[in-house]
Design a protein around this ligand. Structure first.
Ligand code: FAD
Ligand code: DLZ
Ligand code: SF4
Length: 517
């Protein structure tokens, strides 16, 4: 607690992903406190971000600053092209502390290791005192997961999820799951029927022209497209709540059923698209699950339990789990490369210029909306990168840049961990790879593809098919003892030598011509 005197002047830094109006900082207006927001090149330039991602963060920061000012708080907003902008958090804070003679510096725990280290070092270098606060956002503390798994060899999400259900008494009856069963994932794997028209997504028409003009004055390298007069993402709490409400009304009844489905017709299907709002803390995970449960209670005939449980699991299970793994394993996690993959990411990841329909659609929509849903990220773009032996650093950079919701703590655990198995099985129990059979089972991509889903070798054979076997062959030493994949090696070993040779030759050809696929 900062002891106050008549000279006390406190500078509080707010990062772009700390826009939580319910934080205790904002409970009372305090004239000794000034909040500082800053658009800085150190954040815009650490990867090539999607233009919509930078825009969404800047727009949400600007709106949040206006909001707290309207409530009587003092705030300073440093825009990207302000002449006094030193383009990094420490340098801007130093400048403000000197200029306004602040006597104390305060900040909230950053969610990214990189920024956490930066601010720790900065705070320790200060001549004024400093205090660090929690963001009061997550359902778990940074180290809760590592405490939970202490002494365990495996970090199963399911065990952690059950712990969370019990601890927060979510969908429970006493100490038992409400319906007697914890997890309804088995009910949630349906392909979209051919003539099914999914509910069109709720999009906003935010005018972000000014931000685009600011960005145009710089040489920041961005990717993707944007419509500055009709920016679709929620940039404040009201819009985030509207999107949540839309999701509960229109999408939750089919969320679980089509959670793994993919189609070129719809880019978000029944997904909530709440990840940006959640990750920059405009809405909280607790209110999201509470409202979902309330909605299910109101409409039990329309919303089956499996839809609700699937959604709740993503938020209180996967999301908190990934965060806990991140703090348990960083910084080592960021350099894990279990398969020693060294290849480059194919150039068409940045353009969508490939004949593979599944990849083309998933990448095109990522460039247009800064969004792909989980199965597109995992089983299309992630799957291909792993089969192609791309270095996880390259894969991470792409995912960290392209998605509206991408912040290191949740990007890296999902990408390097779940998708690329570069952690050797900390997050997942087996690599998520597949041939065309799975993609065709879950999507409508294959029927109009240049490649033939059924062909493994020869002209127009789907690249996923030979690369799949090549992957297992390449990593036999590391994978054949995994009980969850033993069956694949049984099939592989039983194949005739000439069939195997043909598959490996085909894969080799594709790997050598990867930029032309
Ligand atoms: P929904 O499908 O509607 O799910 C609801 C919410 O659950 C999401 O908003 C999210 O907060 C949470 N959630 C669901 N799955 C996960 C998960 N695996 N990990 C953490 N939270 C989850 N999510 C990010 O927020 N940022 C990322 O940078 C990110 N990178 C990913 C990279 C890869 C390779 C993969 C496979 C997944 C990644 N995810 C990431 C997880 C997930 O794909 C996104 O959270 C989800 O697609 C966001 O869309 P949505 O809000 O419509 O999610
Ligand atoms: C993602 C992002 C971007 C592109 N720009 C900024 C910025 O200029 N200023 C800022 O405060 N935050 C930005 N962010 C979000 C930060 O990357 C995020 O707040 C930190 O990395 C902490 O996780
Ligand atoms: Fe993708 Fe192969 Fe299907 Fe084409 S045939 S859409 S490349 S899985």
């Amino acid at each position: 607690m900062t002891k106050k005197t008549k000279h006390t002047k406190i500078l509080r830094l707010i990062l772009g992903d700390q826009l939580n109006i319910h934080h205790s900082w904002f409970k009372n207006v305090d004239d000794t406190v000034t909040y500082a927001f800053m658009e800085v090149r150190s954040e815009t330039d650490y990867v090539w971000h999607h233009i919509q991602k930078i825009t969404a963060f800047f727009a949400a920061m600007q709106q949040f600053c206006d909001l707290i000012k309207s409530k009587g708080h003092k705030a300073i907003y440093i825009k990207l092209n302000d002449p006094a902008n030193k383009q990094s958090f420490p340098e801007n804070c130093n400048y403000l502390i000197q200029k306004h003679a602040y006597t104390h510096f305060q900040y909230q725990l950053p969610d990214e290791y990189r920024v956490d280290e930066l601010l720790k070092a900065y705070a320790n270098s200060l001549n004024v005192t400093y205090t660090v606060f929690d963001t009061e956002h997550f359902l778990t503390s940074r180290n809760e997961l590592s405490d939970f798994f202490e002494g365990k060899k495996m970090y199963l999400m399911e065990s952690f999820y059950r712990y969370m259900r019990k601890k927060h008494h979510i969908l429970m009856s006493g100490s038992e799951p409400l319906t007697g069963k914890w997890n309804y994932d088995d009910d949630n794997r349906k392909k979209l029927p051919v003539k099914h028209n999914a509910t069109p997504p709720l999009v906003f028409n935010n005018n972000v022209h000014d931000i685009i003009m600011e960005l145009n004055k710089t040489n920041i390298k961005t990717i993707g497209n944007i419509k500055p007069e009709n920016f679709i993402w929620p940039i404040n709490r009201e819009q985030s709540l509207e999107l949540l409400d839309f999701f509960l009304q229109q999408c939750l009844p089919l969320f679980g059923t089509y959670q793994d489905a993919m189609t070129p017709q719809d880019w978000s299907l029944y997904h909530s698209r709440l990840s940006f709002s959640l990750n920059c803390k405009l809405i909280s995970p607790f209110e999201v699950v509470t409202k979902a449960i309330e909605e299910w209670n109101k409409r039990p005939d329309e919303i089956e339990y499996n839809q609700l449980e699937g959604f709740v699991r993503q938020i209180i299970g996967w999301r908190e789990y990934m965060r806990g793994i991140y703090w348990m394993k960083m910084p080592e996690y960021a350099s894990l490369n279990y398969f020693d993959n060294q290849n480059k990411l194919p150039g068409w990841y940045w353009t969508g210029n490939t004949k593979m329909n599944c990849l083309k659609h998933s990448i095109d929509q990522s460039l247009n909306y800064a969004y792909a849903h989980h199965i597109q990220r995992l089983m299309i773009t992630g799957n291909f990168a792993l089969l192609a032996g791309v270095h996880p650093d390259e894969v991470d950079k792409w995912y960290l840049g392209i998605y509206i919701d991408a912040l290191d703590w949740v990007e890296i655990t999902n990408t390097r961990g779940m998708s690329q198995f570069a952690d050797g099985g900390i997050v997942g129990t087996k690599p998520y790879v597949s041939s065309a059979a799975y993609i065709d089972k879950m999507s409508h991509y294959c029927s109009t593809c240049y490649y033939s889903k059924a062909k493994k070798t020869g002209e127009k054979a789907c690249p996923f098919n030979s690369l799949y076997w090549n992957f297992y062959d390449r990593h036999e030493n590391k994978l054949s003892t995994n009980p969850r994949i033993g069956m694949m090696y049984h099939v592989w070993r039983k194949m005739k030598p000439e069939v195997k040779a043909e598959l490996l030759e085909q894969a080799d050809y594709y790997l050598k011509h990867i930029n032309d696929l």
